[in-house]
Design a protein. Structure first.
Length: 295
């Protein structure tokens, strides 16, 4: 099964390495050529453009920044018209559900299957092959690609086209709200005279245990906010959650509050800071509150 992988950034590159390690031939392309070229030493073939990358491909993965980028690469840049009928596009990007459905319909008219399959687990999960893959589309297509998905992590068929993206948005809700909760707890612990690192150790294994506490809690203790998940992308997902909530007449107060904090954090120049860096924004917010107002 010949694979093309379009978008080899923070998440795409380790996913390609997992596919190569599983024995699949992979051709890669990235807008920044050096990011694709870096995978040549791992055994990937490097293409000069997306059309060249998908030539003869059975499966095309996309891992791009947003819906506009996905549409540009698949349709404007000619990927769709250069794929043979029967090929499958697996979009692991995080985009709006209605865009995923539109892409699926447009590709179906060409005889090309589409799976919207956003992932969760971050760079750590991509490197370890333990990603959670939320797949929307036809069950038969997803089953047919079981061995491919297995190289990347655990796939779950969550429903028809667009359902994968809906589940990813719900995942991002939980991630964002939990990051906010852990950050606030870290500040409370320090203000109360306890040690942040020891606090994190103490509650591991209790009801507050989570991957956010494990990974992002450690980032907060170590104050290491190099981007694994850039805050601008977290905000993009929260904006998509807000749009979906509005269209379905839902009120999501916790999500709206944390969305506002991420919007301010990104606007202050922290778009490429890891989303666990929301701690920095909350610390600055509290430092700006006069002592008499904080009592």
């Amino acid at each position: 099964m010949k694979i093309a992988f379009l978008g080899t950034g923070l998440m795409g590159a380790p996913m390609v390495r997992r596919l190569l390690a599983a024995g699949f031939p992979v051709t890669v392309w990235n807008r920044a050529p050096e990011k694709a070229q870096a995978l040549a030493s791992d055994g990937a073939s490097v293409a000069i453009g997306p059309v060249q990358a998908v030539a003869g491909a059975d499966v095309v993965f996309t891992m791009l920044s947003d819906g506009a980028a996905v549409a540009d690469v698949i349709f404007a840049k000619g990927v769709a018209e250069n794929l043979r009928p029967g090929a499958v596009i697996v979009d692991t990007s995080s985009i709006a559900p209605h865009l995923a459905r539109e892409h699926a319909e447009a590709l179906a008219s060409r005889g090309i299957a589409h799976v919207d399959c956003p992932v969760s687990g971050g760079v750590v999960g991509a490197e370890a092959g333990t990603l959670a893959l939320m797949a929307g589309g036809e069950a038969e297509v997803i089953t047919r690609l079981a061995a491919v998905f297995a190289a990347l992590g655990r796939v779950t068929h969550v429903g028809p086209s667009g359902a994968g993206q809906v589940c990813k948005l719900a995942n991002q809700q939980i991630v964002a709200v939990t990051i906010g909760a852990v950050a606030e707890a870290m500040m409370l612990v320090q203000a109360g005279g306890a040690d942040r690192g020891k606090f994190r150790e103490a509650i591991r294994g209790g009801f507050a245990e989570s991957r956010i506490l494990e990974l992002h809690g450690a980032r907060m203790v170590e104050r290491d906010f190099a981007p694994g998940g850039p805050s601008r992308l977290q905000l993009k997902d929260l904006d998509a959650v807000a749009a979906l909530a509005q269209s379905t007449n839902l009120t999501l107060p916790l999500t709206e509050m944390v969305r506002g904090e991420f919007a301010e954090f990104v606007a202050s120049g922290h778009g490429d800071t890891d989303h666990s860096g929301l701690l920095l924004h909350l610390e600055e917010m509290n430092a700006a509150i006069p002592a008499e107002e904080s009592k």
